[in-house]
Design a protein around this ligand. Structure first.
Ligand SMILES: [Zn+2]
Ligand SMILES: [Zn+2]
Length: 449
């Protein structure tokens, strides 16, 4: 039963357990048998609200325990978290204990407090604050490298000597900062790269940079993430860089009116990790096994490919599939909160509709959703991009998946976005816009060195 509880806590994705399901069926284990063992566990599963799919998943795992079957190789889990936030150690309005309590209240799996290094003269005092501890959330040791020419987050699994990064701050040397982060076992992530109002990234992109924060706080305003960060990221991807896109709420306020607009875990960064540990989470981020949703209980979008043509979509975001004249891909939408599964089948947009969307340019978000309110059965628009350009799109009305095939040549990459109406009051929607989720790419061919 401990295994079931682990599943509940860690949100293991049922899709990853396809093999297990087959084994369990052959072994004649039944959900009834699970009930007999631990009725309370079943009751808890039934009442668990965060992921309705967990019930079936946990039954499968219980069957595994009963049959003494091995856990599937390469198993992992989707973990949700926030990689960018501030406390009173820099310009936030709440101490670390309150910030961590909010992360716990939201049910986050991981969290990084990334106070500005300049506020503490380069000494990460917040790491040793007695309030920066949690039994529930995996805490990362983060800092925002905050220079006049650009900001970047660094995250590590354990405290480290920040002084080389501080020296690089004072000499305004982003390449040295990224190198110092790597030397310390930390990741280096360029923050809000083309922010229109303040703090864009004005350095060359260091070759050691691991991530780009393509979604900072509210999607539409004031950051205009679509124009700002996506183009910056797509340019890097088109150059052959395999650099992970992440989100960050950049939350500063848990009090007063600003807290009504900016919210922790908006957006939420989902990481596929082998274990629920800081090391595994950072490895998942580094590997690009990341997808971003506007909130911690919003739909999660995933893109995967069937590189070995065996009918299973084992090549996930961040991974590379070999060249193929007809690569099979799967786009899937998973509910993680209280959304309901789509009742009608996805409808692929025809050539003319796709052209209209492509032609909408800067007003893409509005064009993508202009009939959303009128057609509730088509409340979402799922878009796949090949090498940065819109390639295919489907109207959908909730969780579900579509499969398609595409010619895939060395150097290509596929990524996806999901548009719709976020569940929030209208005034906030104007700021957050229509973006529901964004995936990292599935790459084609070997990475350029
Ligand atoms: Zn910043
Ligand atoms: Zn910040």
């Amino acid at each position: 039963m401990r295994l079931i509880e682990a599943v509940l806590k860690n949100h293991i994705c049922p899709k990853r357990l396809k093999m297990v399901r087959i084994n369990s069926t052959e072994g004649k284990a039944t959900p009834g048998a699970v009930n007999n063992i631990e009725p309370n566990a079943m009751k808890n599963l039934t009442h668990h609200k965060r992921c309705p799919k967990l019930e079936g998943c946990s039954i499968l795992l219980a069957c595994l325990v009963l049959l003494n079957l091995p856990f599937p190789a390469g198993a992992g889990q989707w973990l949700r978290g926030d990689l960018h936030s501030h406390s009173t150690y820099s310009d936030g309005d709440s101490p670390p204990a309150d910030v961590v309590a909010e992360a716990e209240r939201l049910g986050l799996d991981f969290f990084a407090l990334t106070d500005h290094d300049g506020s503490m003269a380069g000494v990460p005092l917040h790491w040793s604050d007695p309030g920066y501890v949690s039994d529930e959330v995996v805490l990362l040791y983060g800092m925002e490298w905050t220079t006049a020419l650009g900001h970047a987050n660094v995250w590590a699994a354990a405290p480290f000597d920040y002084s080389p990064l501080w020296a690089a701050h004072k000499s305004r040397d982003a390449a040295a900062a990224a190198l110092a982060a790597h030397d310390a076992g930390a990741l280096f992530s360029i923050n809000h790269p083309q922010e229109f109002l303040v703090c864009p990234w004005n350095y060359p992109v260091p070759s050691e940079a691991d991530c780009v924060e393509i979604w900072n706080a509210m999607y539409s305003l004031p950051g205009m993430n679509r124009m700002a960060a996506h183009m910056f990221w797509d340019d890097l991807l088109l150059q052959g860089r395999r650099i992970t896109a992440v989100g960050g709420s950049d939350t500063h306020h848990l009090k007063k009116w600003m807290s009504l607009i900016y919210d922790m875990a908006m957006p939420t960064t989902w990481v596929w990790a082998q274990e629920r540990t800081a090391e595994a989470i950072l490895a998942g981020i580094k590997g690009g096994r990341v997808t971003i949703s506007y909130a911690s209980d919003a739909l999660r979008l995933e893109l995967a490919a069937d590189a070995d043509a065996d009918g299973g979509f084992e090549t996930m975001m961040g991974d590379a599939a070999p060249e193929s004249t007809e690569l099979s891909l799967q786009l899937s939408i998973t509910e993680t909160g209280n959304e309901i599964r789509g009742a009608s089948a996805p409808r692929e947009l025809g050539t003319d509709e796709l052209k209209t969307l492509q032609a909408s340019g800067m007003s893409f978000q509005n064009a993508a959703n202009k009939n959303t309110a009128a057609q509730l059965s088509e409340r979402y628009l799922a878009c796949v991009y090949k090498n940065g350009k819109l390639y295919k799109a489907w109207r959908m009305n909730g969780a579900g998946s579509v499969e398609f095939s595409a010619p895939a040549r060395e150097g290509d990459y596929f990524r996806a976005e999901l548009f719709g109406l976020p569940r929030m009051p209208l005034p906030l929607r104007l700021l957050y816009g229509y973006m529901i989720a964004i995936t990292n790419p599935v790459y084609i061919g070997a990475a350029e060195q």
